[in-house]
Design a protein around this ligand. Structure first.
Ligand code: AMP
Ligand code: ZN
Length: 134
């Protein structure tokens, strides 16, 4: 896609700190890391989100997430890592080329990712009835 930053990274038009590359996928350091080692894993072909990417390519991409996660665990002094995919602009997806964030978690990093709440009476079943897949 002409104006896509990640397509330009794939083509070499823009530089990146490349962590991994194969025929179909690529991983590189996020330029503005949440934590040192924050890595993005992408399919080389441009698909915007989980709804657009074909299942086989998604499988390949998530296996690279696993591979890069292993390298982060083996080679950085991490306590674990978070995997995140911001799916659509309304979910803070800025770059419309699907990517998985791997965010290394260091001991006492105080990155508390998500606030949590409680379901009011009856709400959980109401939501469940809407999204349940039969
Ligand atoms: P998202 O909000 O999920 O679309 O995340 C996009 C991510 O891409 C952000 O964390 C940015 O810091 C990162 N980013 C933007 N431009 C570049 C770039 N040229 N190289 C590496 N990472 C980038
Ligand atoms: Zn793209």
């Amino acid at each position: 896609m002409a104006d896509c930053i990640f397509c330009k990274i794939v083509s070499g038009e823009l530089p990146s700190y490349k962590v991994y590359e194969d025929e179909d996928t690529m991983a590189f350091l996020d330029i503005n890391p949440t934590a040192f080692g924050h890595t993005l894993v992408i399919p080389k072909k441009h698909f915007s989100n989980l709804e657009e990417i074909p299942a086989d390519l998604l499988q390949q991409t998530i296996l690279i997430v696993k591979k890069v996660g292993q390298s982060i665990k083996d080679n950085l002094d991490v306590a674990g890592y978070n995997v995140c995919e911001n799916n659509d602009p309304g979910a803070n997806q800025i770059i419309p080329h699907i990517h998985f964030h791997l965010i290394p978690r260091y001991k006492n990093d105080h990155l508390d990712p998500w606030p949590q709440t409680k379901y009011p009476e009856g709400k959980a079943i109401q939501i469940l009835e809407k999204i349940k897949i039969n």
